[in-house]
Design a protein around this ligand. Structure first.
Ligand code: ZN
Length: 259
């Protein structure tokens, strides 16, 4: 059995265990923090999974690193106007999914830099909400020949800063010691799920929440000329992922267990 298969099986085993011990109980007290570069990133990559885990009792938070203020073709649109629209759209989507709170860092769209400023901001939120699982974008995913695109620079920056924030920065009390003075204790993240469209070893069955995912994505009205096309793409892609393990629809991740 190859590594890929064994980890996929691990994912199914976990689903079975959750069924045995009762779905609500197993996700109760679990905290999920999803970190994206732009409003809509996490909704595209992981909102079916997050909605499912929230329904099962988990508490979920979003952290959005940039203001998303460049993503418009409208000649009359301004950065300021778009940033406000996108924040509102993300908050509406979060409400659909049952997200407890969305944190916005408001860095300029397309200019996200992996530096200590960004890392400190992410560590602060990690220490504040104390997640068991962090979901972010895989910083090693540079481009896709298969789907024909370059992965956005902000996606890679958000992912890399998050990796550093999870380990070792959140864990060590002497890193960003000002947090301790504010009452924020060090924190160890147990599990990291990375969104990478081409590689995956952990699939989550989102058959019961794909409609919620689509409803959440539809909130990002400023981003779509033809949402029907997006819906079709999401259903097709989720079906393709699901096929690998016998789910109708799935979201896929690379999973890092951090014992
Ligand atoms: Zn994005």
């Amino acid at each position: 059995m190859g590594l890929q298969t064994s980890i996929l099986t691990e994912g199914r085993k976990r689903d079975k265990l959750r069924m045995i011990f009762g779905i609500i109980q197993s996700m109760k007290n679990r905290v999920i923090l999803a970190i994206g570069a732009h409003p809509d990133d996490t909704d595209f990559g992981a909102s079916g999974t997050i909605a499912k885990w929230v329904e099962e009792g988990a508490t979920a938070y979003y952290l959005i690193c940039t203001d998303g203020s460049r993503g418009s073709k409208d000649p009359k649109m301004t950065h300021q106007k778009l940033a406000l629209i996108r924040r509102k759209e993300q908050e509406e989507a979060a409400e659909v999914l049952g997200i407890k709170k969305v944190f916005f860092l408001d860095h300029a769209d397309t200019q996200l830099v992996v530096d200590n400023v960004l890392k400190e901001q992410i560590v602060r939120i990690i220490r504040k909400v104390r997640p068991n699982t962090v979901i972010t974008m895989d910083p090693t995913f540079y481009y896709s020949q298969k789907f024909g695109f370059i992965n956005h620079t902000d996606h890679r920056a958000a992912g890399l800063a998050t990796l550093d924030a999870c380990f070792p920065l959140s864990r060590d009390r002497l890193t960003f010691p000002q947090h301790e003075k504010e009452g924020l204790k060090p924190h160890k993240v147990e599990e990291l799920l990375l969104v990478n469209l081409e590689k995956a070893d952990f699939l989550v069955d989102i058959t019961t929440t794909i409609d919620k995912k689509i409803k959440a994505l539809a909130c990002h009205k400023s981003q779509f000329d033809d949402f029907k096309k997006i819906e079709k793409m999401i259903r097709t892609r989720s079906k393709m992922q699901g096929k690998k393990v016998g789910y109708k629809f799935a979201e896929s991740f690379l999973r890092l267990n951090l014992p």
